[in-house]
Design a protein around this ligand. Structure first.
Ligand SMILES: C[S@@+](CC[C@H](N)C(=O)[O-])C[C@H]1O[C@@H](n2cnc3c(N)ncnc32)[C@H](O)[C@@H]1O
Length: 716
């Protein structure tokens, strides 16, 4: 009779599939395996409800148990297993292999989240691995269980000579000498099997005499080069420096170390190494080129000056990783009164100024919405395993609530048993709380013709310290993997800077539900704080009034208020316009003066006021276009003239709205409204006002797209 799985939790199963049956089924799976080399490997994203911490204990501190002692649905804290892999791998979202312990017990081992740079991404047959604090899982079918490894640092590839390996599993050295391992490494390198090459070079170094510098140095150099190819920059740098002999060829060691530091975006260190290389080899044109490139990055870091137009030219769907440095020095991380840490200015900034420009810490070139999140997660895990210094930066970011304590503020990389500890649940928490969606370029994305939703997901570690506000003082834009943050109003030195995590919903309760759900906070910005003072009866009335006015607008063609701002809606009957106007006035009356005053944004009114701009534009009623475009600006919280009289509306300076509106919300729709104003003033022969509005629109468009651009892009 089958035993209920729930009854087995925490117990050794009474029966497991015998080794022969495991091997037979595995073979059948292997036969069906699709080994198309370029097919994207599915990613097993962690389920946060099942979160458990990565092992942080060295294998030598754990009690080694046999497979026969594994208990179902249990994390074996304080225990570990050592097993030999006795089957080829089945490669899917993870790698499934059959393993055997020293007593001849066999089981299935599923290893997830190993990157391609690791030899364990394929868990080769014959290798001996230790699994630290394993989880033993019921696999669905009767008597079918599996050891599941989510955290990549929980499985360790043991060296064949490691004394921890029990006698029956010992193979003895596979190759006889350090020279043999070096040759095997060279062969693997030529075959482009880089993880195996690194493994063999490591074995060669372990087998070689510690004092034999002449033998060791070239192997270190080869391992450095291989690690550079694998983007394992920390070890590449260490290997490169270890390959120095004090001779003339040391320029190569410094050159490789410089390139590795460049790969880590540590341009100051890169410069130091490249200067050493140039001292030895002043004529090396490759080194000189690399050095010049490094100096250009340092200038960007120092001055924040970029050729954005050239960057835009360089970006393409195939090439999104820009060769640029990050300008971060106008901001710094400090404690925030809103939550944890925040970003603060180190100098006063003017509206429109660059606040910071940051190259993505990690951003995969994946713009398919269905794949973008998984691609970022997989990249984070892989790169963090491969580069401990990067792990140190990323693991300090806010991970949200995990069911266990996680040591985030590490002074040093957390390396145990020679590998960086990577907790995949913490990584996933960090991803969800800190990542941004990024179009290939914001400029392209503002064009009405650009396709919807083509966004990559990325992580910008510095920007991650920014807290949210619904009426923020900065806005972000993208060119490839570069994030550009600009001030939307004047910001004093030492002021906290905020951004909108997502475009905010008009109704205070709906948008806060989204913040609670996505990020676990209630927004305390001026707008949310103010709107919470409205009675719930008033909130309800506004909701109903908004629905009524939206319904009236949508009776005719909806205003396309999408990415490119508002686009035309053709000729709308007078009666509809009158009805929308009336409903909008009713909605306006539901905004209490003591909550909204003259300048607090009234987000529910933006859609109908935009609609009325377009409706009057369709009828060439320029006076009304001006009236409603001014309302759009007012509803975003900008300080603009009130009233219907066009004469009074010639008495204002559109360029100043960005400096006189302390709680305004800057969006592409503001640019669109300024543009409509320019068009209407022009049609009314008020050239100077038209020009001023056009200049203000262009200024706003710089904030939106990150750099100066022609407004005509909005018509494409
Ligand atoms: C990207 S992090 C921002 C940096 C974070 N404050 C820290 O200490 O690392 C996002 C998290 O910050 C918090 N947060 C952001 N904006 C907030 C706000 N306006 N009020 C309260 N908490 C906020 C939320 O917990 C959110 O999940």
């Amino acid at each position: 009779m089958a035993v209920a799985v729930a009854d087995l939790k925490g117990k050794v199963p009474p029966r497991r599939l015998p080794k022969e049956e495991l091997a037979r089924t595995h073979k059948a799976h292997l036969k069906k395996q699709d080994l198309t080399p370029d097919a994207p490997r599915p990613v097993k994203q962690p389920i946060m409800e099942e979160a458990y911490p990565a092992s942080t204990r060295p294998i030598r501190d754990l009690d080694i148990i046999s497979l026969g002692e594994l208990r179902v649905e249990t994390h074996h804290r304080g225990q570990g297993i050592i097993v030999k892999v006795i089957s080829p791998p089945y490669i899917g979202a993870g790698v499934v292999s059959i393993v055997e312990d020293e007593f001849g017990n066999a089981d299935k081992l599923a290893v997830y989240n190993q990157g391609d740079s690791s030899i364990l991404s394929g868990v080769p047959e014959g290798c001996i691995v230790a699994v630290k604090e394993p989880y033993y899982k019921h696999n669905g079918a009767e008597n079918d269980y599996m050891i599941c490894v989510d955290h990549p640092s929980d499985v360790i590839l043991l060296r064949f000579t490691d004394p921890i390996i029990p006698e029956p599993l010992r193979l003895g050295p596979l190759l006889k000498s350090a020279e043999d391992w070096r040759t095997a490494g060279d062969k693997a390198f030529i075959e482009r099997d880089f993880p195996t090459a690194v493994f063999c070079y490591t074995e060669a170094l372990e087998a070689a005499d510690e004092k034999d510098k002449a033998f060791r140095a070239p192997i270190c150099a080869k391992r450095a080069g291989t690690n550079l190819i694998l983007c394992r920059y920390d070890t590449a740098k260490a290997d490169a420096l270890a390959s120095r002999t004090g001779g003339l060829s040391d320029w190569k060691a410094y050159y490789s170390a410089g390139r590795a530091a460049y790969g880590l975006c540590d341009y100051a260190t890169s410069k130091v190494h490249l200067e050493e290389a140039l001292k030895i080899n002043p004529d090396g044109s490759g080194v000189r080129r690399e050095y010049e490139r490094c100096l250009a990055r340092l200038r960007e870091e120092e001055h924040g000056k970029y050729d954005f137009a050239a960057m835009l030219d360089a970006v393409s769907p195939q090439s999104v990783h820009m060769d640029n440095g990050s300008f971060l020095r106008a901001t710094r991380v400090a404690e925030s009164k809103h939550h944890g840490r925040g970003l603060f200015t180190t100098r006063a900034l003017k509206a429109g100024d660059i606040v910071f420009v940051e190259k993505a810490t990690l951003m995969p070139n994946q713009y398919e919405p269905a794949r973008a999140s998984a691609a970022l997660y997989a990249m984070m895990v892989r790169q963090l395993c491969d580069n401990p210094s990067l792990a140190q930066t990323v693991m300090q970011l806010y991970p949200g609530q995990l069911p266990y304590d996680q040591d985030r503020h590490q002074e040093q990389p957390h390396i145990v048993d020679g590998v960086q500890v990577v907790d995949v649940f913490a990584v996933e928490g960090i991803r969800t709380k800190n990542c941004f969606s990024a179009p290939l370029s914001t400029l392209e994305d503002t064009k009405p013709s650009s396709p919807e939703g083509r966004m990559a997901k990325g992580l910008w570690a510095h920007a991650s310290y920014m807290n949210h506000s619904c009426v923020p003082n900065t806005m972000r834009s993208f060119i490839g993997d570069m994030l550009i943050s600009r001030a939307t109003r004047d910001i004093a030195e030492g002021e906290e800077i905020f951004q909108q995590y997502v475009p905010v919903r008009a109704l205070v309760d709906l948008r806060n539900a989204q913040f609670r759900e996505g990020w676990g906070f209630e927004c305390g910005c001026a707008l949310c704080g103010g709107e919470r003072r409205s009675s719930s009866a008033m909130l309800e009335k506004r909701k109903e009034a908004l629905q009524a006015v939206e319904k009236a607008c949508n009776k005719k063609q909806a205003v396309k208020a999408g990415k490119g701002g508002v686009t035309g809606i053709g000729i709308v009957p007078d009666a509809t316009i009158r009805q929308v106007d009336k409903l909008m006035r009713q909605l306006e009356d539901l905004h209490e003066p003591d909550v909204y005053g003259d300048l607090m944004p009234r987000l529910t009114l933006i859609y109908p006021s935009n609609w009325l701009v377009e409706a009057h534009r369709g009828r060439k009623n320029h006076v009304k276009v001006i009236k409603y475009a001014l309302k759009v600006l007012r509803n975003f919280g900008f300080n603009v003239p009130r009233g219907d009289d066009v004469a009074t509306t010639t008495m204002w300076e559109p360029g100043q709205i960005f400096t006189t509106s302390p709680t305004a919300l800057m969006t592409i729709h503001v640019v669109a409204a300024l543009r409509r104003l320019a068009g209407a003033y022009d049609a009314l022969d008020q050239r100077e006002m038209a020009e001023r509005c056009a200049v203000a629109a262009k200024f706003g468009y710089t904030m939106v797209t990150g750099f100066e651009n022609d407004l005509n892009a909005l018509d494409q």
